[in-house]
Write a protein that binds this ligand. Structure first.
Ligand code: NAD
Length: 440
């Protein structure tokens, strides 16, 4: 609220910790009530959130519901359906020297007060999905939306307190100073989604209090296209995955890796696929998003001459519009290959074949996602076996993150920790070992 002095981070954490210590967040009934209220918020105010997402990122309403609002509702439903079962204590066999009457098991203890720091690209989903996991695990939570999606941040800050237990859930809006002040406090877990540079700042701050962290980071996610693949299907799926949210998706295929002949054949297919999605003038399409701000627009524009333009290659800074772009003949040393693109530019890099593709992938940071388009079992198995990535998509980009029973997270430079479904419970709980030996 603008007419009130914002509560100091130390006071927020103390207030939430007192609630946690009172035991209020622990019963299953409290947890499921919070999840049901969050569901009600999303279904009642979906249109309002979609408008905010449109203001921040030019997201169409269809895309806003599919990738953010309904996505989160599905995660809530899945959690409500299984939470009881996920929280059940699990027994462990007891060694004979403890006697036949001894028993052992593990139980899930909530951690306490959790801090969730979210980025701007999916500002609803990436804030609320970790939050609901932390609540389902019985914690109190402070959420910090991204200042780069201001309309969504304001909407969330306005709506969450109307639906959730305000002594257990707090929203702190703001940028670097506010986040820095929050990070000085002692939390029991910090869940950060964003870039690796800030990931390091978060981890350093967490080390002061020995606070565990999950770092959901990004990086360049390659898409290997084998010469035996049906290029029409590949192009359709690549274009959908790449140009969703104008390429500002952490698991978007960052670049294509293929042999020169397949590259040539793929080019016209990608042109066709882009036009099928957004028409000949993507700028006129209500389904195509905008770049988040001028800084990112300028960064992306500077990458446009990294190769031969197959389609796109232009934009309008004032409108933050950058055409869906495919670049061919891209040198691995070109600027577009030096950093995560995080925008609507798809470079095609050529390699001699599978061996060289595997070497190329392993010569770079471990990606958040790796995509493979092939008809060959051997190729699929070799890539699965010989490379490391947060997730592996065989034939379809992005979709693995919609499977609530799969863990979502990175490895190496793409992050640490995982969440979604039962993996959120694992992340936001301590699995306590218990041994019992009757006294009698
Ligand atoms: P961002 O700029 O919104 O930053 C993320 C959060 O960090 C924000 O809440 C911001 O306020 C905070 N922050 C920024 N600077 C800070 C500082 N100096 N100290 C403390 N906090 C600070 O988002 P971004 O980092 O530009 O997001 C894009 C990156 O996130 C990409 O690399 C993308 O791949 C990655 N990403 C990963 C996932 C995932 O699930 N693994 C999802 C989305 C985005």
């Amino acid at each position: 609220m603008n007419d009130r002095t914002p509560e100091h981070p130390a006071d927020i954490v103390a207030r939430l910790r007192a609630t946690f210590r009172s035991g209020r967040t622990k019963p299953l009934a409290w947890r499921t009530t919070q999840l049901r209220r969050l569901r009600e918020l999303l279904t009642t105010h979906g249109a309002e959130l979609a408008e905010a997402l449109h203001a921040d990122l030019g997201k169409s309403s269809t895309e806003a519901f599919r990738t953010e609002i309904d996505f989160t509702v599905r995660e809530i439903d899945h959690t409500l359906e299984h939470l009881d079962e996920w929280l059940r204590p699990e027994s462990a066999p007891v060694p004979v020297h403890l006697g036949a009457d001894a028993s052992a098991w593990t139980r899930y203890d909530p951690l306490g007060v959790v801090l969730v720091i979210a980025p701007w690209n999916y500002p609803v989903q990436l804030l609320l999905t970790p939050m609901l996991g932390a609540l389902a695990a019985g914690n109190a939570v402070v959420v910090k939306p991204s200042e780069l999606a201001p309309a969504t941040s304001a909407a969330v800050a306005r709506l969450l307190p109307r639906y959730l237990d305000t002594d257990a859930v707090a929203v702190v809006e703001g940028a670097v100073p506010e986040t820095t002040a929050l990070l000085a406090e002692r939390f029991d877990h910090i869940f950060y989604t964003g870039n690796g540079a800030v990931g390091r700042i978060v981890m350093r701050a967490a080390a002061e209090h020995l606070t565990p962290v999950a770092l959901e980071l990004g990086g360049k996610s390659p898409a290997f296209v084998d010469r035996d693949a049906d290029l029409s299907v590949v192009a359709d799926r690549l274009a959908r995955g790449k140009f969703l949210n104008a390429g500002q998706t952490c698991v978007a295929p960052d670049y294509v890796l293929t042999d020169p002949e397949t590259a040539r054949a793929l080019e016209p297919e990608l042109v066709r696929a882009v036009e099928a999605l957004f028409g000949a003038e993507p700028r006129q399409s209500g389904e195509y998003g905008r770049i988040v701000n001028e800084r990112h627009f300028d960064r992306l524009s500077s990458l446009l001459d990294s190769g031969r333009t197959v389609i796109g290659g232009s934009g309008d800074r004032t409108a933050k519009y950058l055409a869906p772009t495919v670049l061919a003949d891209v040198d691995p040393k070109a600027p577009v290959m030096q950093e995560e693109i995080f925008g609507p530019i798809l470079p095609i890099v050529t390699v001699a074949g599978l061996d060289e593709a595997i070497d190329f992938i392993n010569d770079h940071d471990k990606p958040l996602a790796l995509y493979v388009f092939t008809e060959s079992d051997t190729t699929r198995e070799r890539i699965a076996e010989e490379t490391s990535s947060g997730g592996l998509g065989l034939g379809l980009p992005l979709a693995h993150l919609t499977v609530s029973d799969l863990p979502f997270g990175g490895v190496g430079e793409s992050g640490m920790g995982r969440y979604h479904g039962r993996y959120s419970i694992e992340t936001f709980s301590h699995r306590k070992a218990v041994l019992e030996k009757p006294l009698g």
